[in-house]
Ligand binder design. Structure first.
Ligand code: APR
Length: 320
């Protein structure tokens, strides 16, 4: 069986980390693409030179030509501009929308069968635009945010309770922004919901609220520290987990920005929900029941994503 092909559009901080992780996990041959000539080629050569030490056989190449994406099985998109301190993800909208138009056309022409994972921010609006620009089926285009947001949530809980991250499951719904909805009721430590953890007195309500807020601000905290860019290790790892679930038909249930066609009462918008990811792409959206406070927070998050989508339609009327 021929090796799978993974194309990475954008070879910056996240793109390079994606390539390294995909190689280490032997997911397939890797093509790094960027508009800046030399960067994808240089990173491909550097990562290839780690292969003899690590013992992987993946072919890793760099290019600035869309035709080299031909017949990719998975495309992960990080092309665009990241945040600088003081910027919100939404500030990136206009620049990155133009990038999605070019990338969408390239995917449509050379890799129309690929499973496409978008990481570029503002995530929910960019994955929506990328699906429209590419014309690929909505089940084939998904956005990476929930795995990252949930992983941040898990990290903070594990750190606070001094327990293994392996025994924690956390769920974050909604858009990838200040309105994201970390769900304490559906997040568990060894099966015990966080709400019960508070009742048991293992963690105070104030501490849990502070962790929820820190999860929401997780990206901004890192931007503030790095000053020259945004997070890249955890975003790359999160997208690789999604790619792996698709390539190996694992059917993992992962939170991701998926196209809603009536689920959760939402139509025509991408927003973070639990999704089964397998060989069919985004195979099934899981509709969990929300209490009134959770529903209110989710609705607010959806409204904020819809606002960004409206802004996209004004900038690029052909998306309307
Ligand atoms: N086509 C292809 N690549 C492009 C294009 C384009 N039209 N425009 C920009 N790029 C490339 C840049 O040359 C750069 O190498 O995208 C890459 C982005 O890399 P970084 O600036 O290092 O950004 P990164 O940290 O990888 O984040 C990428 O993901 O999480 C989001 O907010 C983040 O939107 C940002 C994206």
């Amino acid at each position: 069986m021929a090796r799978k092909k993974i194309a990475l559009i954008g070879s910056g901080q996240i793109g390079g980390t994606l390539a390294h992780l995909a190689a280490l996990k032997d997911l397939g041959d890797i093509v790094l693409f960027d508009i800046v000539d030399g960067v994808p080629q240089g990173k491909a050569l550097d990562i290839s030179q780690s292969a003899p030490v690590e013992g992987y056989d993946a072919k890793i190449s760099g290019t600035s030509k869309y035709e080299d994406l031909k017949d990719a099985d998975v495309v992960i998109v990080t092309a665009g501009v990241p945040r600088k301190p003081g910027m919100s993800r939404d500030d990136l909208l206009e620049i990155n929308l133009k990038v999605m138009e070019q990338v969408g056309a390239g995917i449509a022409k050379y890799a129309p069968k690929a499973f496409v994972i978008c990481i570029t921010n503002p995530l929910d609006a960019m994955v929506w635009a990328l699906q429209k620009f590419s014309g690929l089926p909505t089940s084939q285009v998904i956005g990476m945010a929930g795995v990252l947001d949930s992983s941040r949530f898990v990290h903070f809980i594990a750190d606070e309770l001094n327990v293994s991250v392996e025994d924690i499951n956390a769920f974050v719904l909604g858009g990838h922004g200040d309105t994201m909805v970390p769900l304490a009721r559906y997040s568990t430590v060894a099966g015990i919901p966080l709400t019960d953890i508070v009742k048991m007195g293992w963690m105070s309500k104030e501490k849990l609220d502070a962790i929820i807020q820190r999860t929401r601000d997780g990206g901004a905290e890192i931007v503030g520290l790095l000053k020259t860019g945004s997070a890249f290790y955890a975003p790359a790892t999160s997208a690789i987990a999604m790619a792996e679930s698709y390539l190996k038909d694992k059917k993992r249930v992962l939170p991701a920005a998926a196209y809603l066609d009536g689920q959760y009462g939402v139509k025509g918008t991408y927003v973070g929900v639990p999704v089964v990811i397998g060989a069919g792409g985004a195979e099934k959206i899981i509709e969990i029941s929300l209490n009134s406070a959770e529903q209110k927070a989710f609705d607010k998050s959806v409204a904020s994503v819809e606002g960004l989508i409206e802004a996209c339609k004004k900038i690029a009327p052909k998306l309307a």
